[in-house]
Design a protein around this ligand. Sequence first.
Ligand SMILES: *[C@@H]1O[C@H](CO)[C@@H](O)[C@H](O)[C@H]1NC(C)=O
Ligand SMILES: *[C@@H]1O[C@H](CO)[C@@H](O)[C@H](O)[C@H]1NC(C)=O
Length: 292
Amino acid sequence: MNYFFTIVLVTLVGTTASCGTNCVLSAWSAWSEPYGFGQIKRTRTITANATGCGTCSGALFEEIYTDSEVPPTDVADGICNNFLDDDGCKRDIVLILDGSGSVSIENFNDMKLYFVDILSLLCPQPTPFDNDVHQLAVVLFSSSSSIRFDFNDYNNQNDYFNALLNVPYPSGSTQIQLAFNQADELFSNPIYGARANDSNNVCVKQQVMVFTDGEPTSPDAALAAAINLKSKYEVFGFIIGTFNIAQQQTLAQYVSDPVEEHLFVVDTFNIFSNVVDLLVPCRDGYPCLNVK
Ligand SMILES: *[C@@H]1O[C@H](CO)[C@@H](O)[C@H](O)[C@H]1NC(C)=O
Ligand SMILES: *[C@@H]1O[C@H](CO)[C@@H](O)[C@H](O)[C@H]1NC(C)=O
């Protein structure tokens, strides 16, 4: 009996003292500039892995929601560097338009023009949507949702942009989850004409641009549909308005990671107009590298 006890004791001491080492974490990075709704973040890395029975705990990422607004120049740089940037891939883009009552018909009509301006800055210039280099589909939602046109309906820029500018303003509530599900359908159901990468090394990116100005009418359903959508496609958010922190944290989950490259927020439609004006000079600094 005494003999048995001694062995157990020796084993326990060995476990805590010499069976492994805990991981080592680096110092935190400096806090980032504000992005999205005004979040800032910092990161750290594991500089040495745990060994043996050692453990590794502690966050590698911290984010704080501040009340600082992201300046329009930084929002424009974000769109320019992360959405307009050219990597030689063709794109199939679903644009989701919020037509709910809070937007107003004037702002809705302006937003369509702003999206024409943004899309027309893609590479190759001057007509990125001619010959179906990039394809566009539009989903409009308020109390219900509809596919206004799909990837098969047009094949040149003029027709795409005319169809976008002719989308009518419906007014109504904000059932954005219906639009998220229709965007998924546009990519996944072959009848809508989305393209795949092919064996001739053609690269096609499937992207979603979401414009919304408000709280979803069905927040839980909206978040679930958003998380499904971004698990399959790259989702960019163009959000206009002011929100409390809980709303900001939910809306930030609509877009792909890293959030600072996919979430573009301004308080008012007027500021969004300024952002769009800033895109041309920003874009001029990044000439198209891959002329298709
Ligand atoms: C820790 O282990 C992972 C997975 O094996 C490895 O990819 C990583 O490079 C290691 N990190 C360090 C700091 O050695
Ligand atoms: C095509 O390949 C690129 C690069 O590997 C990838 O980013 C993209 O998601 C792929 N597209 C599709 C539709 O699978």
